[in-house]
Design a protein around this ligand. Structure first.
Ligand SMILES: Nc1nc2c(c(=O)[nH]1)N[C@H]1C(S)=C(S)[C@@H](COP(=O)(O)O)O[C@H]1N2
Ligand SMILES: [Mo]
Length: 336
């Protein structure tokens, strides 16, 4: 993503054919889902989405997802940020960054079809009372799945609006009981070159790792996601479990997590190790702090078409009210 020069936005560089982003190519159920979510948002703000069918085991089809039962989140939805359309499912699931499956935008979609996500365990380690290896379902099961419509802003200056399904990270952390020494939470992606062709090449130190300061992880916006658009996560979006921190650049939102460690020291993070001058530990969305090679003042909305103009990027990606206090005594130019 970031080692190349910023290309101009043509269809090729966003990896979509014109037909991929026309509504007629959406499944009817997707369209219904989008229509219904509009209604529930206007209504009581609560309502089951996607019917509550039992999970169908061992679906063989590439990119198969199964419906999830989630409650519409009462608070953390995009509604109050204004009139924004959900990114169409096909765009959000065929234009991805997931370097384990290749560096091209359509590589994750094309190469992750056979990725095996069951069984899947997450190891809980470090400064925490309830250490152990958990089935990922057991981490989320005690909590109510919520649907949260979040803006998503990649450091490459493209943006989406995604209805994620997940549980609040702070609830999971509280149940795990970190010790008083835990000041950071570190996350790690699966390392399995047999399944992940991108991990066979040079240039990267695998596995992909990310981290948050404890107060960031405990912020109510931080979401541990198991689904999107009312269904389990497609492989290319980080199945079966990923992080989403909507006020930070997208690379903080680590996919396909197998390890969560509680640490005293700030953990290393992948893009910061690769290019520390370009990607900081914090990586909060900030239109005033340019990337050394491009401006972050504006962003392209994925799916908006070839000739659409960029829109302004918002401080903390529009979540200033929720997160600005975390950084009140920090110089955001230095702590990028
Ligand atoms: N393990 C892993 N997680 C990752 C990445 C990656 O390459 N590997 N890419 C990141 C980047 S740069 C972005 S923008 C988002 C993209 O998420 P999406 O494909 O669901 O939109 O995933 C992030 N999480
Ligand atoms: Mo990104």
């Amino acid at each position: 993503m970031l080692l190349k020069k910023n290309k101009s936005w043509d269809m090729k560089s966003i990896g979509l054919k014109p037909t991929d982003i026309t509504p007629k190519h959406l499944f009817d159920s997707r369209r219904k889902f989008i229509a219904n979510s509009g209604k529930t948002m206007l209504g009581l703000g609560i309502g089951a989405i996607a019917g509550g069918l039992p999970l169908m085991a061992n679906m063989k089809t590439a990119h198969a997802t199964t419906p999830l039962n989630a409650m519409k989140s009462m608070v953390h939805t995009l509604g109050r940020l204004g009139e924004e359309k959900l990114t169409e499912f096909d765009a959000a699931t065929q234009y991805n960054n997931f370097y384990e499956f290749g560096t091209g935008k359509s590589d994750p979609y094309e190469n992750s079809g056979d990725f095996k996500t069951t069984p899947w365990t997450v190891s809980i380690e470090g400064e925490v009372a309830n250490r152990g290896v958990y089935d990922f379902n057991d981490l989320v099961k005690p909590h109510q799945l919520e649907e949260r419509v979040y803006r998503f802003r990649c450091v490459e200056a493209w943006a989406m609006v995604v209805p994620w399904v997940g549980v609040q990270l702070s609830d999971v952390i509280k149940r795990l009981e970190p010790t008083s020494k835990a000041r950071y939470v570190a996350f790690e992606t699966l390392h399995d070159p047999d399944q992940m062709p991108g991990q066979r090449g040079f240039g990267f130190k695998w596995p992909y790792v990310e981290g948050l300061r404890m107060d960031e992880a405990m912020n109510p916006l931080s979401l541990l996601c198991t689904g999107m658009y009312g269904e389990t996560l497609p492989n290319q979006n980080g199945a079966p479990i990923r992080l989403v921190t909507p006020w930070k650049y997208g690379f903080k939102s680590i996919k396909s997590i197998v390890r969560i460690s509680f640490t005293e020291e700030q953990p290393p993070t992948t893009w910061n190790m690769i290019a520390p001058r370009e990607y900081g530990f914090y990586s909060n969305v900030n239109p005033k702090v340019s990337h050394p090679r491009w401006s972050q003042a504006r962003e392209r909305v994925v799916g908006d078409g070839l000739f659409s103009s960029k829109r302004p990027t918002l401080m903390f990606n529009g979540y200033e009210e929720e997160v600005a206090s975390l950084y009140a005594d920090m110089d955001l130019q230095k702590n990028y």
